[in-house]
Design a protein around this ligand. Structure first.
Ligand SMILES: C[S@@+](CC[C@H](N)C(=O)[O-])C[C@H]1O[C@@H](n2cnc3c(N)ncnc32)[C@H](O)[C@@H]1O
Length: 200
C-alpha cells in the first residue's frame, strides 16, 4: 500500500499545545519520558517504514505521549486494523482520548508490562507489531526484562518489536529475548536515536 506523505511537524497552535504538554510532563517525570520533545518526523518515518500496512491488523504502541507516532500509524493503517496504545501518564491518556477520536484506536492507561492482559481484555489476537519508545535504559532491569519477554510472547508468528532509544543499553536484553535484532540510526532527532527491529 502506498501511503501519501503528509506534514508531521508540530507546527501551529495545536502543535504548540502538544509540545507544551509534553515539556511540562518532562519536568514532572523526566525518567519516565526520557526526552523533552516528541519524536521528529524523520524518526517516525524511519520507524514506520518497516511495517506492511496492507497486512498488519493488530498494532500496539507503548508510551504514545502526545500521539506523535500514533497519528502517523492511524494515517497509514488498514481500516479494519486496531491500534492499542498503553500509556502510564494520565495527562497523556486524557489528551489522546480527546485529540484522536478514531474508532480503530484503543487508548489504555496501563504499563507496557500489561500488554498480554490488555490484548486479552480487548478480545484481540496476538500483535503484528509492537512499537516502543519507552525509556528502557532508566527503568529497573527486572521491569525491562519482563516487558521484553512479555512483548515477545504477545507477538504473532512473524511479528516484530520496533524500538527507538537514545542509548544502546537495551540491546543486550533484546538479543537475549529475540532471535534477530537489526540495528538502525536516525541522526535527525533530539536526541539522535538508535532503532532496533526485533523478530522471532
Ligand atoms: C520518550 S516519550 C515518547 C513519546 C512519543 N512516543 C514520541 O515518540 O514522541 C516516552 C513515553 O513513554 C511513557 N512510558 C514510560 N514508561 C512506560 C511504560 N512502562 N508503559 C507505558 N508507557 C510508558 C511515558 O509516559 C512517555 O509518554
Amino acid at each position: 500500500m502506498t501511503v501519501p506523505d503528509r506534514p508531521t511537524a508540530l507546527a501551529g497552535p495545536e502543535g504548540r499545545a502538544q509540545l507544551s504538554l509534553f515539556a511540562r510532563n518532562f519536568f514532572k517525570h523526566p525518567r519516565m519520558l526520557g526526552s523533552i520533545i516528541p519524536s521528529s518526523p524523520f524518526l517516525v518515518r524511519r520507524l514506520l517504514e518497516r511495517i506492511d500496512w496492507e497486512r498488519a491488523r493488530v498494532l500496539v504502541e507503548y508510551g504514545p505521549g502526545v500521539g506523535t507516532i500514533t497519528r502517523e500509524i492511524l494515517h497509514r493503517m488498514h481500516p479494519e486494523a486496531t491500534l492499542v496504545v498503553l500509556e502510564t501518564n494520565d495527562d497523556f491518556v486524557d489528551f489522546l482520548a480527546r485529540a484522536l477520536p478514531d474508532p480503530r484506536l484503543q487508548v489504555i492507561q496501563a504499563s507496557a508490562e500489561d500488554v498480554q492482559a490488555e490484548l486479552a481484555q480487548l478480545g484481540l489476537p496476538a500483535a503484528d507489531h509492537v512499537l516502543a519508545g519507552i525509556p528502557f535504559s532508566t527503568m529497573p532491569t527486572a521491569s525491562r526484562q519482563r516487558i521484553l519477554a512479555d512483548t515477545q510472547a504477545a507477538l504473532a508468528p512473524g511479528g516484530s518489536l520496533l524500538i527507538y532509544q537514545f542509548s544502546s543499553r537495551v540491546l543486550d536484553d533484546l538479543k537475549r529475548v529475540f532471535a534477530t535484532v537489526e540495528c538502525d540510526f536516525e541522526p535527525f532527532n533530539i536526541l539522535p536515536a538508535r532503532l532496533y527491529y526485533c523478530h522471532g
